[in-house]
Write a protein that binds this ligand. Structure first.
Ligand code: AP5
Ligand code: MG
Length: 249
């Protein structure tokens, strides 16, 4: 935790001039933040964008599920919140994410799926990103009745976490992940009551980040009610355009 907070403090010093200009001419790499309600397709799109741009995909939800699967203390603590559709406390999330992004594969940038989810997380982490990376925020905008239908039919790989859907995104072989051959299952938080609570939590704690990133001039909203491929095309174009602006080509 201490290491990560020091990291933030250093970054804050170098971030201040960047906050004024918007364009980050000498940034090291691209950090993509995927914002959007549960079921908006953050994970689905992040997997493809990760392949396209050769950037690691980091899902805080997947990291917590990985810890849970390996029965770590963090995994047990986080599961108590996740399975009820509540957010895991900021300190635990920030600490876990700090360790992940300090790994060398993140030097040239990464794709964040499900982080930040509170203003505290955004402020703490944003200072680090703006100082050393170019930031692109993708907001997946979609109606709640659409996401409820998506989550109700979602199947998730128990090995690699890849999301499928019973109707909209079927695996080639029933019950088997196309990516790694793992078994598909329904996530514990994909039940009607928990989905409703996750949407409520999103409304109160995460939605304000849309305005926060709008004010920073880095928000890009897309209609995520469309088909997967159209959304991917739009997101790809948005990232390329943002990189062109900051000379990444
Ligand atoms: P997390 O795993 O991030 O869950 P979430 O935000 O609720 O998002 P989902 O994974 O449910 O949805 P998604 O947007 O990735 O959609 P997907 O691509 O799968 O977090 C889980 C929990 O961990 C949280 O509740 C919290 O407790 C904790 N947590 C995580 N991060 C945290 C943080 N930063 N702070 C605090 N706590 C944190 O798609 C959904 C379905 O739709 C799939 O079946 C898919 O096949 C289908 N689909 C996708 N796109 C389309 C499309 N265009 N058309 C039709 N179907 C589609
Ligand atoms: Mg997801």
């Amino acid at each position: 935790m201490y290491r990560f907070m020091s990291f933030f403090m250093l970054a804050l010093v170098s971030a201040v001039p960047m906050l004024q200009g918007g364009e980050m001419a000498d940034s090291k790499g691209t950090v993509v933040i995927m914002l959007g309600p549960p079921g908006s397709g953050k994970g689905t799109q992040a997997v493809q964008l990760s392949e396209q741009f050769k950037l690691p995909h980091i899902s805080t939800g997947d990291l917590f599920r990985h810890h849970k699967k390996h029965d770590t203390e963090l995994g047990r603590k986080a599961a108590a919140y996740s399975e009820a559709g509540e957010l895991v406390p900021d300190a635990l999330v920030i600490d876990m994410l700090g360790e992940r992004v300090a790994q060398p594969d993140c030097d040239a940038g990464y794709i964040l799926d499900g982080f930040p989810r509170t203003l505290n997380q955004a402020v703490a982490f944003g200072k680090e990103i703006l100082g050393s990376h170019e930031l692109v925020v993708l907001n997946l905008d979609v109606e709640y009745d659409v996401v409820t239908e998506r989550l109700g039919g979602r199947l998730t790989c128990t090995q690699c976490g890849h999301p499928f859907h019973k109707l909209f995104n079927k695996p080639v072989r029933e019950g088997i992940c196309d990516e790694c051959g793992g078994a598909l299952t329904q996530r514990k938080d994909d039940t009607e009551d928990v989905i409703r609570n996750r949407l409520r939590v999103y409304d109160t704690q995460t939605k304000p980040l849309i305005q926060y990133y709008q004010d920073l001039g880095v928000l890009n909203s897309v209609d995520a009610g469309k088909d997967k491929q159209s959304i991917f095309t739009e997101l790809t174009g948005t990232i390329k355009a943002a990189r062109r602006v900051s000379n990444h080509g």
